[in-house]
Design a protein around this ligand. Structure first.
Ligand SMILES: NC(=O)c1ccc[n+]([C@@H]2O[C@H](COP(=O)([O-])OP(=O)(O)OC[C@H]3O[C@@H](n4cnc5c(N)ncnc54)[C@H](O)[C@@H]3O)[C@@H](O)[C@H]2O)c1
Length: 257
């Protein structure tokens, strides 16, 4: 048995694009812990790749969901209700910014690019939490993924830093609103990890190098460590924790220089 047992628990993970996705590491860990999982992917183009990843799993459902469409989000939770009745966790691991907004000067961010980044990467947590809450009949856990650029400047991260600041604020507001129903809302804040999205960030390799040199653990964070931390937050072992941003970054965030 896995160190934390989630057998009999149902939940959904948004944001699997491939086997490097943070959502995938989390889904794999939750699966090993025995949870019944639904996964969503952004569009038809990703469907076969995600389907291949889970072909050996028997207790999994796949749905397409573009998180800029609240109707689709509502339909996914309707399907989830039909399949499982109730759920105990939701993982939101979704972000997007136009490539040009992750390379140039922050002051050059376009209005359209700003709205897009904030819509996908921050706003989407709100309808997801809204539709998830009624299905969390015995309480539950909502987990999203943020980054240290929400509070410190990482040149190249640009508008995504703004989106992460908004996302972290949402975590706190949703946690305060949903706490009386035993629904917890938290974020993991991993150090830099090689993923499809990370490749688009200007200076990403420098970020990895600096984290490796300066973090107290003197190495980069692994996908597995983020999966394990998500499992903790999705389980009852974290029952007293809500509204929290939990760094999984080898301690990098405590360093001054
Ligand atoms: N990789 C890192 O270094 C790192 C560090 C800290 C936080 N994060 C965060 O982790 C999360 C996951 O990113 P990742 O690094 O695993 O990259 P990824 O590219 O594997 O995942 C991003 C996901 O967002 C999805 N997505 C984008 N637009 C969407 C839309 N309109 N509707 C539905 N889904 C959409 C993509 O399809 C993809 O599955 C993001 O929030 C990212 O900001 C990543």
């Amino acid at each position: 048995m896995y160190p934390i047992d989630l057998s009999g628990k149902n939940g959904i993970v948004f944001g699997v694009a491939n086997d490097k996705s943070i959502a995938w590491s989390i889904a794999e860990t939750l699966h090993k812990a025995g949870a019944n999982l639904a996964l969503t992917y952004q569009n038809e183009r990703l469907k076969s790749r995600v389907a291949r990843l889970v072909e050996q799993w028997d207790n999994v459902t796949l749905w397409e969901c573009d998180v800029t469409d609240s109707k689709q989000i509502g339909e996914v939770f309707q399907e989830l209700k039909g399949r499982y009745g109730s759920i105990s966790f939701v993982v939101h691991s979704v972000a997007f910014a136009n490539r040009e907004d992750l390379l140039g000067a922050f002051s050059e961010t376009s209005r359209e690019g700003f709205m897009k980044a904030l819509d996908v990467s921050a706003y989407s947590l709100i309808p997801i939490a809204k539709y998830a809450a009624p299905l969390m009949v015995e309480g539950g856990s909502i987990v999203t993924i943020t980054f240290h650029a929400s509070e410190k400047v990482y040149p190249g991260y640009n508008v995504m830093g703004t989106a992460k600041a908004a996302l972290e604020n949402e975590v706190k507001q949703l946690a305060a609103e949903m706490g009386p129903n035993e629904i917890r809302v938290n974020a993991l804040s991993p150090g830099p990890l090689d993923t499809l999205s990370a490749r688009g960030i200007g200076g990403f390799l420098d970020m990895k190098h600096v984290h490796e040199q300066r973090s107290p653990l003197r190495r980069n964070t692994t996908h597995e460590e983020v999966g394990d931390a998500a499992l903790f937050l999705c389980s009852q072992l974290s029952s007293g924790i809500t509204g929290t941003i939990l760094p999984v970054d080898g301690g990098y965030h405590i360093m001054g220089i």
